[in-house]
Design a binder for this molecule. Structure first.
Ligand code: SAT
Ligand code: MN
Length: 599
């Protein structure tokens, strides 16, 4: 058994080993050699494929079990001591009860396997904004993904020291092996109702079993960096958010840092590394998914990207949607659940590359364009080092973080919400963040198609506590500094449609035109029109040079449809009711103000 100078960690490892009964315990050092060794273990077991080194050097393909392809939302639990503290948006189980039933599942669950201990840092090691976690897992796939997504190994143990605090992250695929038995396929518990992704917020602890995929298994990401860190942030006065971070530089050479919260399927990763469509402007990336923000000594909010890699959706990634990602995933990238071509490359739907005549699909079957099934799973992913992003900002690992000037919030709305709307003050901005969301499509909940699923700050699936308390926390953050030092909040919507059902705004790289307007606002170079819903651009405010958008389209994109807004207010009221007496009074006031202004 290994021995570690941090007493709490040492004791926890022994406790977990006694419960899970692995054949071996292995402490990860975080070296490149170790990363390669973990990949080799999977490849030799027949569970992974190295890609053609001439086409994709250092890249590998993995196929998960068809039952284990995405986050298991209904099996994700917030086990706070009091049920009310989990709030109306989470699944709750009593923590003692949950621990009891999960202990049964964990007992002997690592038999025949190695138990890997991964010390990791969310954020640059030693940054005052960073936090340490330790993931214990029986999956080498988790180890090499954590190597890309976080900073792992010996240096983290050094930063932890003898009595440093860490978040306990326990993970098992839940498939013990008998003597001589080996994995024949991706190990997991196929029955989704037997998977658990559990959070114990008061104990800062995560227990996950049964899934080896994405956020269910790479516990540094959504489980720690959003759900548990969200609770830490509430208690300690900072913010742990589901936001990209980008840097915009105007032709005068002035740089601004912007965060953006968008629900999934809104192109967050694409926006984080977009190529501006006009000369003289530059966009660089700090992070594509999560931002941790703390006040600096100057009273401004400073953000770090707690991750060191991107775990992005592959289908739809193309030279049109994200040319920088296409370059980034050319090497040293893990692909999961895409198609494998006959020449050892990968292919996916929406790549902009014609489908080959034959490939092996994400389930491992022969596939041709006539198969009638997708070659890649819709939630197929790449895991790729952030440092490889062609437009990563040089300061992306600055331990001090970057000062945030603006926050974007937005969803997928075909009506009502204008292209961009500037909040008039902090509370109004939090109100806008609280009402964001997307229209439900057939892929989600079929009897609610067209209704808006409110997803405050895109945190609905990632909340570690009561959503009402969370919104109150945002409001309270605004009281901690001078109003002029707070980021300005912008509500954006790229997805408004015309009467024929076509998107009016071209999207993709052209979204930089909206970013440009926002920067012009920040530098005092753009005017606004005051409206009942907020500050909108003037009709000629957004630079349309070189795109096929005229005044008619712009009028439509910025239109305030009173009827639609009155219906919106009713739907917001309905949503606010679910917060009960934990609805912040400031938000009720904002809603009342809006209603009065529209009347
Ligand atoms: O699988 S993750 O939760 O990491 C990604 C996502 O679904 O947003
Ligand atoms: Mn995300």
């Amino acid at each position: 058994m290994i021995s570690i100078s941090n007493k709490k960690l040492d004791a926890w490892i022994k406790e977990v080993a006694d419960m899970c009964q692995p054949d071996e315990v292995y402490l990860c050092d975080g070296t490149k050699e170790e990363y390669q060794k973990m990949l080799d273990i999977m490849v030799e077991a027949g569970l992974g494929t190295p890609l053609n080194p001439e086409k994709r050097p250092g890249c590998y393909l993995f196929r998960s079990h068809p039952s284990d392809v995405a986050r298991a939302e209904k099996r994700t639990f917030i086990a706070s001591k009091n049920k009310e503290d989990a709030g109306p948006t989470n699944n709750w189980i009593d923590p003692d009860e949950l621990k009891k039933s999960m202990t049964e599942l964990y007992t002997g669950c690592m038999k025949g396997r190695t138990m890997y201990v991964i010390p990791f840092s969310m954020g640059p090691i030693g940054s005052p904004i960073s936090k340490i976690g330790v993931e214990i897992t029986d999956s080498p796939y988790v180890v090499f993904n954590m190597y890309i997504m976080t900073r792992i190994g010996t240096a983290v143990l050094g930063a932890l020291g003898e009595d440093g605090e860490f978040v306990k992250c326990l993970h098992s695929v839940g498939q013990p092996l008998g003597p001589g038995e080996v994995d024949k396929e991706w190990p997991c518990i196929p029955n989704v109702d037997e998977k658990y992704i559990s959070h114990f917020p008061e104990e800062r602890m995560i227990w996950s079993i049964g899934s080896g995929y994405g956020g269910n298994a790479l516990l540094g990401k959504k489980c720690f960096a959003l759900r548990i860190a969200g609770v830490q942030a509430r208690d300690e006065g900072w913010l742990a958010e589901h936001m990209l971070i980008l840097k915009l530089t105007n032709p005068k050479g002035e740089s601004y840092y912007v965060c953006g919260a968008f629900p999934s399927a809104c192109g967050k990763t694409n926006l984080a590394m977009l190529q501006p469509s006009f000369p003289g402007w530059k966009v660089e990336t700090i992070g594509d998914d999560i931002a941790w923000m703390k006040f600096g000594e100057d009273g401004r909010l400073y953000a770090i990207n707690p991750e060191s890699g991107f775990f992005g959706v592959v289908p739809g990634t193309s030279m049109q949607s994200n040319p920088n990602a296409m370059t980034q995933i050319q090497k040293n990238t893990i692909f999961t659940n895409v198609g494998l071509t006959d020449d050892g490359d990968v292919w996916w739907e929406g790549s902009g590359i014609p489908a080959p005549d034959h490939l092996i699909d994400w389930k491992g079957n022969d596939w041709t364009p006539d198969s009638g099934t997708p070659a890649a799973h819709a939630n197929a992913r790449f895991t790729t080092p952030a440092a490889q992003c062609p437009v990563i900002a040089p300061e992306w690992e600055d331990p001090a973080g970057v000062p945030i000037s603006a926050i974007l919030v937005g969803g997928r709305r075909k009506t009502t919400i204008p292209l961009v709307n500037e909040s008039v003050d902090w509370n109004h901005g939090i109100f806008l963040g609280s009402i964001m969301g997307s229209e439900i499509t057939t892929a989600d909940i079929t009897d609610k198609v067209g209704q808006v699923r409110r997803d405050p700050f895109a945190m609905l699936p990632f909340m570690g506590y009561h959503m009402g308390d969370y919104l109150q926390h945002w409001l309270d953050i605004g009281k901690k500094t001078d109003a002029c030092k707070l980021p300005r909040i912008y509500f954006v919507n790229w997805f408004r449609k015309n009467e024929e059902g076509k998107f009016i705004w071209p999207g993709y790289g052209e979204n930089s035109r909206v970013l440009k307007w926002i920067v012009d606002r920040l530098s005092g170079d753009a005017e606004v029109v005051n409206t009942p819903i907020g500050n909108l651009p003037t009709l000629d405010g957004i630079d349309l040079n070189g795109i096929n958008i005229g005044e008619a389209e712009m009028t439509e994109l910025l239109k305030i449809d009173k009827e639609a807004w009155l219906a919106e207010i009713e739907s917001i009221k309905e949503n606010y009711k679910s917060y009960g007496d934990r609805l912040p009074k400031e938000l009720a006031e904002e809603l009342a103000k809006l209603e009065a202004k529209l009347a």
